[in-house]
Design a protein around this ligand. Structure first.
Ligand code: PSU
Ligand code: MN
Length: 302
């Protein structure tokens, strides 16, 4: 690891590294840009609690005042959530954030990279970023995809966000050599929905088999990422019609208000939460915890 980097490990994560005990990485854009206060803080704590219950040390990753934090103490978590205008930090933004002493949540792209840097093998998030709709006009393809292909990390997610062009997102992952393995699903889950995306060639219902496949892939390609697609529990998914209707309305609103670039994902998620009267937020809270549980089970074994 580079000596000159401002990396701060929480005492718990430091100890887990020393003891070689399992660690689960967690992203922080979901905290800074994905949920309103105090739901974000409560969800972050609940999610960390799930890892702890499995005997895994959670490491929420963020940049605070120009320092990379691997694992947030309760004080640092409060500091992050009370920041007035936190940045949304993608991988490319990290150097600027460090140099200019900024505070921000790290996206999947940035968190994956930082997990690799810190030697954290498994990371749980909500849903991947990907190829946005109307990409032919905007060229908006999340840096998450390339970053995943370049980090030695297994990412557990509830598929790709349905606000995206999901089939194109799958194609882009294929081009980048990133395997997407469905766990207890044969189609890519759509974040708010447990199924309905493109069919997955790679899938298993068996946890031991999943672990064995992850190990094989890791041996073959020690420096590249793997995606595990873990559907939202059926009981918490959005009703299909409500999902379709509010997504349509949300996408139209984004167009009308000319929302683009890094603002688009947070805008659509917030708008969907309004349009579904909080049901999509409830779904988001459920799926991140579900991913933390599977992520912890994997972290214990790989
Ligand atoms: N979850 C949220 N809001 C977000 C994101 C996740 O509730 O903004 C982030 C994720 O961190 C993901 C990123 O990596 O959106 C993708 O954004 P973009 O399309 O700008 O790369
Ligand atoms: Mn983008």
């Amino acid at each position: 690891m580079k000596q000159d980097l401002p990396l701060i490990f929480s005492p718990e994560v430091k100890k887990a590294i020393q003891d070689k005990s399992p660690i689960l990485g967690l992203e922080s854009t979901i905290i800074t840009h994905g949920m309103p206060f105090p739901t974000n803080l409560e969800t972050a704590k609940l999610t960390e609690g799930i890892a702890l219950k499995q005997g895994v040390t959670p490491a929420t990753i963020a940049v605070i005042k120009g320092k990379i934090h691997i694992g947030l103490t309760p004080e640092k978590l409060e500091e992050l959530t009370s920041e007035k205008n936190p940045l949304k930090l993608s991988r490319k933004d990290l150097g600027f954030a460090l140099g200019a002493q900024k505070t921000g949540g790290t996206t999947v792209a940035a968190t994956t990279f930082l997990c690799g840097l810190a030697g954290i093998k498994v990371f749980a998030t909500g849903g991947l970023g990907g190829v946005h709709r109307e990409v032919e006009k905007t060229w908006d393809v999340s840096a998450d995809l390339k970053a995943i292909s370049e980090a030695p990390v297994t990412i557990v997610c509830a598929g790709a966000k349905s606000i995206l062009d999901v089939p194109k997102t799958m194609e882009a992952l294929e081009t980048l050599n990133v395997p997407v393995i469905g766990y207890k699903t044969k189609t890519l889950p759509l974040f708010y929905l447990s199924e309905g995306g493109p069919s997955l060639d790679l899938h298993t219902d068996n946890l031991d088999q999943l672990i064995s496949c992850l190990k094989s892939q890791r041996s073959l390609f020690p420096n590249e990422g793997i995606v595990v697609a873990n559907p939202i529990p059926k009981k918490d998914e959005l009703p299909k019609e409500l999902h379709e209707k509010s997504l349509e309305e949300g996408l139209l609103k984004a167009k009308k208000e000319n929302i683009q670039g890094k603002e688009l994902t947070p805008f659509l998620l917030e708008t969907l939460s309004e349009l579904t009267k909080g049901l999509s937020l409830k779904a988001n809270i459920s799926l991140i915890q579900n991913n933390a549980l599977l992520g912890s089970q994997l972290a214990l074994k790989i």
